[in-house]
Structure formats: structure tokens, C-alpha cells
Design a protein around this ligand. Structure first.
Ligand code: UFG
Length: 327
């Protein structure tokens, strides 16, 4: 059985769906602090409500089930919030993971796929960013993820725990059948925020900064479709199950899009003129973040197949379902 922590969240739930479709037995562990219980109920998978911060919660899972491997998504992930509340982030993301790893080792479960982030690199010193780029995070969120990566190395040396760390760039899109999608409260990410403005949520889309040193003055990011991203998780799991060693991979497309280009893609997909205003830069936003993704191709044979337009289309389908559901 595969344990998916944070399986009620945006990316975790897409992984649960793919694992289920691949015929795997899946157990979700989630405290539903940011994920939604409706999501796992809709997916029809077994779940345990628990908190990684309580070692007894996670220990009980390993006592009750035979867990072969873990895919670990459970974390807080808002950069801005992490700056204001570092304790909350270190406590949850680092201490929670430490509890999980300790329980895994005690139960002789030694394979884990971990959601890391481009935020561990900090301000890029070259682009595209490969896995050997220096890791100097500039916010507590990135620091928590880097700390966990380091702990995982130590657990490999000490106990033989094998981990694959997947460093995500900007994840976008939704399940293409509209069963699940991105559902954060509050929403801070670009694509859903533009689409919410298109749906007449009453909010005008706020574009943070058009004076960066980029081709149109707005920030460049590497948008990776959530479906492609999850394919890489399935491959990472297989790699570990086949005896693969601890490793780390960037998950991105090697293609950058500016905020204005994403906005244009949203207008194109929705067929609407979307209200927006130019606002000052958001603190802590690097100008350009693009992944060198060749390592994942070389080792996993993984290549993303969806374009930005596809991600915006599935996100748009989902956003309409979500809005109607919450009416
Ligand atoms: N943006 C806007 N308006 C919005 C939201 C975003 O203009 O309402 C801009 C941002 O300023 C940025 C770009 O759109 O230039 C992308 O912003 P997101 O918030 O969608 O994503 P980030 O690049 O800030 O963050 C992502 C992940 C984080 C991760 C980070 C790595 O969501 O978890 O990449 O740097 F830490």
C-alpha cells in the first residue's frame, strides 16, 4: 500500500487519482487544515485524519497498515505566510516530516518521494536552473524544504532510507476530466487568480510588477502541468521500488512564460476580457525562474507533454465547476 500524506491537497489529490488509476492501493493521511475532505471523499479512497506533528497519529497508521512507500505532500506552502509565521512553517514542514521519517524507519519502510521546490534555490545565479544550482533559499518556506532534503540525506546515510526529492517549479492545471483541481483558500497563485477575475468574483486581477528586467517587464516562471508533474511522481516511485538510490530532480518544462503571457493565455481560453490592474512588485519574487529538466528525462524518461494553453484550459474547466459548487 502507498501512503500519500497531504492527499487532500491540490497536488496530492492528483497523485492519489493517478495511483488509483494505476491499480495501486492508496491510503491518504491528511489533517484537512488546507486540503478538503470532500476531495478525498469524491476520489473514493481510504483516508485517515491525522497530523504529522503528533507522532502517535502517524505511528498508528504504520501499525495498522502495511505501507510499502510514502509520497509526502503534506506541508504549508505559502511563501508570504512563511515569512510572517516561520514557527508554523518549521514546526509543520520540518518537525512533521521528521516524525514521519522516524516512524517509517521504525517500521522498516524506506522509500519516500518528497515534494520539494524551486524555492530551495533562492535567487537564481544562472538560468535555466539545474539540480546542481546552489541552494540558498530566501524565505522560510524554501528553508523548510531544504532542511528536509538535508535530513533525508542523513537518514539515508544512517538508516538506508531512500528518497526522491522532486523540486517543483510553478504547478498549474487540473485533472482533465474535471474531478479535482486547485482549491486554495485564500488563493495566491497566478492562473486561478486570473480565472477567478474572469468569472466575475468581484476581484480585479492584480499583476504584481511590470518593471522587471524581462522581455515584457513581468516575471518569468516555468509552468508545469499538474498531470505531467504527477507522471513524474509515478516514475519516481517505480524508480525507488526498482532499487533506485536517493536522488533529486527538477520538475519543469525548460520554458519560461511571463505573467502577461499567462494572462493572455487565460483571455484566449476563456474568450473574455479580464479586468486587471498593475500593482507594485510582490516582495520576494525573483524575476526569472526556469527549470533545466534534462535529468528527469535522462533517468526517468520523463518529458512533460502539456503546454501552458492545456493547463489553463483544464484550470478553467475546474474553476467553473468549483465556483458553481460553492455558490
Ligand atoms: N502573480 C501576480 N498576481 C497574482 C498572483 C501571482 O501578478 O495574483 C505573479 C507573481 O508575482 C509571480 C507569478 O505571478 O510573478 C507567479 O506567482 P505564483 O504565486 O503563482 O507562484 P510563485 O512563483 O510565487 O510560487 C511558486 C510556488 C511556490 C514556490 C515558488 C518557487 O507556488 O510554492 O514557486 O519560487 F515556492
Amino acid at each position: 500500500m502507498i501512503l500519500v500524506t497531504g492527499g487532500a491537497g491540490y497536488i496530492g489529490s492528483h497523485c492519489v487519482l493517478k495511483l488509483k488509476e494505476a491499480g495501486e492501493k492508496v491510503l491518504v493521511f491528511d489533517n484537512f487544515s488546507t486540503g478538503h475532505i470532500e476531495t478525498v471523499q469524491n476520489l473514493g479512497v481510504e483516508f485517515v485524519k491525522g497530523d504529522l506533528k503528533n507522532p502517535s497519529d502517524i505511528n498508528a497508521v504504520f501499525d495498522d497498515y502495511k505501507i510499502d512507500a510514502v509520497v509526502h505532500f503534506a506541508a504549508f506552502s505559502q511563501v508570504g505566510e512563511s515569512v510572517k509565521e516561520p514557527y508554523k512553517y518549521f514546526q509543520n514542514n520540518v518537525c512533521g516530516t521528521l516524525n514521519l521519517l522516524d516512524v517509517m524507519v521504525k517500521h522498516d519502510c524506506k522509500k519516500i518521494v518528497f515534494s520539494s521546490t524551486a524555492a530551495t534555490y533562492g535567487e537564481p545565479v544562472y538560468t535555466p536552473i539545474d539540480e546542481n544550482h546552489p541552494q540558498k533559499p530566501i524565505n522560510p518556506y524554501g528553508e523548510t524544504k531544504l532542511t528536509v532534503e538535508m535530513i533525508m540525506d542523513d537518514f539515508d546515510k544512517a538508516y538506508g532510507l531512500k528518497s526522491v526529492r522532486l523540486r517543483y517549479f510553478n504547478v498549474a492545471g487540473a485533472d482533465e476530466s474535471g474531478r479535482i483541481g486547485e482549491w486554495h483558500e485564500p488563493e495566491t497563485h497566478l492562473v486561478p487568480n486570473v480565472l477567478k477575475a474572469a468569472l466575475g468574483s468581484g476581484q480585479v486581477f492584480k499583476l504584481f510588477g511590470d518593471d522587471y528586467d524581462t522581455k515584457d517587464g513581468t516575471c518569468v516562471r516555468d509552468y508545469i502541468d499538474v498531470n505531467d508533474l504527477i507522471d513524474a511522481h509515478i516514475l519516481a516511485l517505480k524508480y525507488l521500488q526498482d532499487g533506485g538510490d536517493t536522488n533529486v530532480f527538477n520538475l519543469g518544462t525548460k520554458t519560461g512564460s511571463t505573467v502577461k503571457e499567462v494572462f493572455a493565455a487565460c483571455e484566449n481560453v476563456t474568450g473574455m476580457k479580464i479586468p486587471y490592474e498593475i500593482c507594485p512588485r510582490r516582495e520576494g519574487d525573483p524575476a526569472i525562474l526556469v527549470a533545466d529538466n534534462t535529468k528527469a528525462l535522462e533517468i526517468f524518461g520523463w518529458q512533460p507533454s502539456r503546454k501552458l494553453q492545456n493547463s489553463v484550459q483544464s484550470a478553467w474547466n475546474w474553476e467553473q465547476i468549483l465556483t458553481n459548487r460553492n455558490k
